[in-house]
Design a protein around this ligand. Sequence first.
Ligand code: NAD
Length: 256
Amino acid sequence: MTALEGKVALVTGAARGLGAEIVRRMVAAGAQVTAADKRVDDGAAAAAEAGAQFFELDVTDAEQWAAAVDAAATADGGRLDILVNNAAITRVVPILDCDPAEFRKVIDTNLVGTFLGIQAAAPTMASSGGGSIVNLSSPSAFEGTVGMPAYSTSKWGIRGLTRTAALELADLGIRVNAVVPGALRTAMTRRPGWEDEDYERHYGATVPLRRMAELGEVADLVVWLASDQASYCTGGDYAADGGLGAGSLPPLPENG
Ligand SMILES: NC(=O)c1ccc[n+]([C@@H]2O[C@H](COP(=O)([O-])OP(=O)(O)OC[C@H]3O[C@@H](n4cnc5c(N)ncnc54)[C@H](O)[C@@H]3O)[C@@H](O)[C@H]2O)c1
């Protein structure tokens, strides 16, 4: 029996990057997955390739959330076992230059979007006998992040929301946890003109394991938290961050 056999899952931000990898790994683990994203063409293509169904969802819209939960659940007689709140955006701009509308947009997508997802999914999960919610956190939820005030604030907020939801939903049989990924090579970290070595020097060199994370290394942790193997885990932060949370290292000196 595979880890997610018989489970029904909804994954947001699934058109690309980490969300698309989570969908692939969940399907491989035996789940029936609905991949949701506001990016329709990429989302539909990624879902089809993975063997998932696609649903168009803007996570800032409560009505669309209700429809997404229905679509995911009707795929298997009205049950929903897993929700992964992965969709997020960032803006790289310091506080003094940050347009308040842009700040609000990041909070609305990352934090309010996660809140709306929990609110929409929990009743169906409860009537399915319980479930697992996994929220994507970040190292930016544990310290300030220069140039990303809205993103860091949103991820700190997700920590509080994760713990509160874990407390409130425990009696419904719903576990709620956060995954803290190290830096990944996705659209979110892409910088114009950077080569491979620029990414590793900027994101990898100060990590204890001296490299960025692979998508699968983070996605597998999400799959495990979603599975019954994590049945006694709720309200926690689970890191796949190469040891970054233990403290950062100075970059290795160049040789030669
Ligand atoms: N990339 C990293 O280094 C890194 C590090 C730590 C945490 N994370 C977190 O991992 C998660 C995935 O990040 P990624 O690197 O794959 O990002 P990405 O930008 O590659 O993918 C994010 C996806 O979210 C979707 N999305 C954005 N706004 C949406 C909305 N309103 N409604 C629905 N979908 C929306 C986008 O269309 C996109 O498909 C995020 O929560 C991010 O904060 C990423």
